[in-house]
Ligand binder design. Structure first.
Ligand SMILES: [Cu+2]
Length: 268
């Protein structure tokens, strides 16, 4: 009798433990893979180029879209959402290349294997949440007449790092400013945006106030750069103290390089 009770007690304990672990695993999965953020921007997007089934023999895919019912304005990217305002994302094989505001864009085929590919066009809100219902996809074949050489991994003597050249801490900025950085032990590349990672290569993101919001911290991303400067429009940014953050990113826009720098300035 007593043994019976003990056994059932320990069974219950095991069960409770099992549920506890299950809940933990479920929570871990929820953290690792958040549901795709989607938003209804109201935008209507039409792809003018390329046409489905295009064979691309050059090394640049030139794209053109027509967007209606939506004010396309990259100056507000990374700031609070505003109804009816945003930008659009271009993805290559469902991997984000960049955000765009002009009707035309050009996607480098560096790091792209010859063969069949898809390109996606997705209206997005200021916080970069995709409007997946308005997404358009085009298939094309990349058959280069003069294939690009493969990008080889790079080795540097030191760890990659980024520092801020301008503005200086405590500076007052107004009406926009150039956010200037210096990257060390790292090769910045626009052509590799959205491609497979190659050691030593990537770019940087300019964020405001935090790096924690949205997918891979992009909720407050003002924009990205493969140069030494990014123009911050300050549109949609309230007056007061703000922190501007420069984050080194791998080609997939993930902050895996593990280097960032920030500066706090006064926005007037
Ligand atoms: Cu990026």
């Amino acid at each position: 009798m007593r043994g019976e009770l003990m056994r059932s007690k320990s069974k219950r304990l095991k069960l409770a433990f099992g549920i506890g672990v299950g809940a933990l695993v479920a929570a871990a999965i929820a953290v690792a893979a958040p549901p795709p953020m989607t938003v209804n921007t109201g935008a209507k997007l039409k792809v003018v180029a390329p046409r489905t089934g295009t064979t691309l023999t050059g090394n640049k895919l030139r794209t053109r879209v027509a967007i209606s019912n939506f004010k396309v304005d990259c100056r507000y990217a990374g700031t609070a959402n505003r109804k009816g305002i945003g930008h659009y994302h271009v993805e290559l094989d469902k991997s984000l290349v960049n955000m765009f505001c002009g009707s035309r864009a050009s996607i480098s085929m560096l790091g792209v294997q010859p063969g069949k590919h898809t390109v996606q066009f997705i209206p997005a809100a200021n916080d970069h949440a995709d409007d997946l219902k308005a997404e358009k996809e085009i298939s094309f074949t990349y058959q280069p007449a003069n294939p690009l050489p493969a990008v080889k991994p790079l080795s540097f003597a030191g760890k990659p790092s980024i520092s801020i050249v301008s503005p200086k801490p405590g500076a007052t900025v107004h009406g926009g400013f150039d956010f200037v950085v210096a990257a060390k032990n790292f090769r910045l590349s626009c052509a590799l945006y959205g491609k497979a990672n190659v050691k030593g290569y990537g770019h940087w993101h300019a964020n405001i106030d935090t790096t924690k919001l949205g997918m891979m911290g992009m909720g407050t991303m003002l924009g990205m750069s493969c140069g030494h400067s990014f123009h911050v429009s300050l549109a949609g940014i309230k007056a007061g103290q703000h922190r501007f953050i420069a984050i080194l990113e791998d080609n997939t826009h993930a902050p895996t390089i593990g280097a960032q720098a920030s500066v706090t300035v006064n926005v007037r």
